[in-house]
Design a binder for this molecule. Sequence first.
Ligand SMILES: [Zn+2]
Length: 208
Amino acid sequence: MSVWRKRLVDGYNSFKKGDYVDQKALYEKLGTHGQNPDIMLIACADSRVDPTDIFDAYPGEMFVARNVANIVPPAGNDEAFHGTLAAIEYAVTVLEVDVIVILGHESCGGIAGCLAGMGDTDNAGFVGSWVSILNEAKNKLVADNPHADDLQFKMELEGIRQSMRNLMTYPFVTDAIEAGKLTLQGAHFGIVNARLLLADENWEFEEV
Ligand SMILES: [Zn+2]
């Protein structure tokens, strides 16, 4: 058996004998009656940042979409297929979640790639094209902070803010916010110290 297959099977067996037994009634309820999460999380695909781990969530509690650098593209960006937008639309219009949390993180490779100019050229591949969504925010940040030695951290926060701004370009999002049914929340996770920052009403980040 390959190493990865053994890892999947061993992990599954451990889950089936452990967490599943503890949460059997919950799984049966969710499987029978469907999901009804109040929270949507948009997180990075980075293997070190597991949102359900960080927020100690149980199955059915958080609707999670993960992509490179936890980015939400703006409306009208292109004609491509957008899995992230499909998840957001479903969460807001069908599940009617109370909040969309954009969860950024320390030492994000997608943000580093954006800062390094990955999205500045044509033929940059899917990753370069994807992180170029943040180019305008990146160019402004770099111009405003010519001598900063913490551009990576600043850009991680700015990427979260840009995705929150981009969320506001969708009428189904702004309609839900104006109706008082939806809130947007920025968050940043520090991997080394597990430090959590949450954005305030002015989208400035404060440690929890
Ligand atoms: Zn990342």
